[in-house]
Design a protein around this ligand. Structure first.
Ligand code: IMP
Length: 180
């Protein structure tokens, strides 16, 4: 499918499943490079819902022992950020003295990552790094450094590969961008 439509909005193909696959494998190589020699515990925290597919694909490329946690944060309504981050499912594990990698689907305004980063710091992990499949630098202006990025994109809304419009489109195997 070259185009899909949800809620009267038309999306066109933007990143194909083969390109996504290559991106995930390249990100995993970069993460392996940094973490494979470390002796302390390593924890990957996936921010639900959008990152569930990326997380599942990513961890299968990692070649060091790690634990996996999920948190659920929300800031979005329709195609706009509400500006407020709500914690729906919190980190219920001890992070003290552990290396933490946060896995996000997309950094848009950066508000979610900024708030979550501050929350994580209070749990006294040894290190925190951010990994995001997509990033919109023109929107967030690098308010929080992203250590591992799949692709930097323009501000237009995207769906597919876990990303949704009001809950729909997560199952699409390619990533689609809103047609302007
Ligand atoms: P931020 O707090 O503005 O950086 O937004 C973070 C969250 O908003 C992401 O984890 C996504 O769930 C959602 N989001 C932001 N941009 C998009 C988009 O283009 N498509 C789908 N979801 C998005």
């Amino acid at each position: 499918m070259d185009e899909v439509s949800y809620n009267g909005k038309v999306f066109e193909i933007f990143i194909t499943k083969d390109d996504i696959k290559a991106m995930v494998s390249r990100i995993a190589d970069e993460i392996n490079e940094v973490y494979q020699q470390l002796e302390e515990d390593i924890v990957l925290i996936s921010i639900l819902d959008g990152s569930f597919i990326f997380m599942a694909d990513l961890v299968r490329h990692l070649n060091f022992d790690h634990q996996i946690h999920f948190v659920k944060l929300s800031s979005y309504s329709d195609t706009e950020s509400t500006g407020e981050v709500v914690t729906i499912l919190d980190v219920d594990k001890d992070l003290e003295g552990k290396h933490v990698i946060v896995v996000e689907d997309i950094v848009d305004t950066g508000l979610t990552i900024e708030k979550f980063y501050e929350m994580l710091k209070s749990r006294q992990p040894l290190s925190i790094r951010i990994c995001s499949l997509l990033s919109k630098p023109e929107v967030h202006n690098d308010i929080v450094p992203i250590d591992f990025i799949g692709k930097e994109i323009s501000p237009a809304f995207v769906i597919g590969y876990g990303l949704d419009l009001n809950g729909l489109g997560r199952n699409l195997e390619h990533i689609y961008q809103l047609k302007l």
